[in-house]
Design a protein around this ligand. Structure first.
Ligand code: G1P
Length: 203
């Protein structure tokens, strides 16, 4: 069981500002997690749990972001990691940039919406510095940790990620989750088969 509290961000000042709005709910000495609900991840072990385990293995120190390689033409829609050491599933970052202009991206390793953040990230957000798109960016507040004794890590999670911020991604997630459920699979599969047969016949 747990308690749920809601905080409203009254103005659209960016993701960093939205996270900052929740500052009074947090223990200033403990790391905290951020989940962006439009990034839906299907995984045997939940993505954030995978990250908690990897974070503990690193000594429970610093900040960690979920990461995934994305196609070259999509990189500029994401926060992007500049990789220092690549240790396989975990990488250390020597830089991190929000929505780099096409051609300037340091890698194609993109940040996905799961974070374990050192409380100092919240302090960095206090500066209210604006970045990409004129917004207060969470990416920038995390990047400010690079070069401190705490460090920033990317974690290549196991699982399938759906970008539910797009209509197509939302529909794909709905179908995929439906097909993975025992109580829905058969009916949904039959519907999809009939639909594609009808479409093929109409061509
Ligand atoms: C946000 C973050 C970005 C991250 C992305 C993941 O961007 O600012 O760093 O890569 O989520 O979905 P948004 O999708 O809100 O533009």
């Amino acid at each position: 069981s747990g308690a749920i509290a809601y905080i409203r961000q009254h103005k659209a000042h960016g993701l960093g500002h939205a996270v900052w709005c929740a500052r009074r709910l947090l223990d200033p000495k403990e790391p905290f997690a951020v989940i962006l609900p439009d990034d839906v991840i299907a995984a045997e072990k939940p993505c954030l749990q995978q990250m908690v385990e990897a974070y503990e293995e690193l000594g429970g120190n610093g900040s960690m972001v979920a990461a995934m390689e994305v196609p070259a033409d999509k990189v500029s829609s994401y926060g992007v990691l500049d990789v220092d050491k690549d240790m396989g599933s975990t990488v250390s970052a020597k830089g991190m940039v929000e929505k780099p202009a096409p051609g300037t991206e340091p890698s194609n390793l993109a940040v996905i919406g799961r974070y374990i953040l050192d409380p100092s990230v919240m302090k960095n957000l206090h500066t209210m510095k604006t970045g990409a798109g004129g917004e207060i960016q969470l990416t920038d507040a995390i990047a400010d940790e690079i070069g401190t004794e705490r460090g920033v890590y990317g974690y290549r999670f196991e699982g399938q990620r759906f970008d539910c911020g797009s209509k197509a991604g939302f529909l794909q997630a709905t179908i995929s989750f439906g097909l993975s459920r025992d109580d829905l699979r058969d009916e949904l599969q039959t519907f999809l088969d009939e639909l594609s047969a009808e479409r093929a016949a109409a061509q």
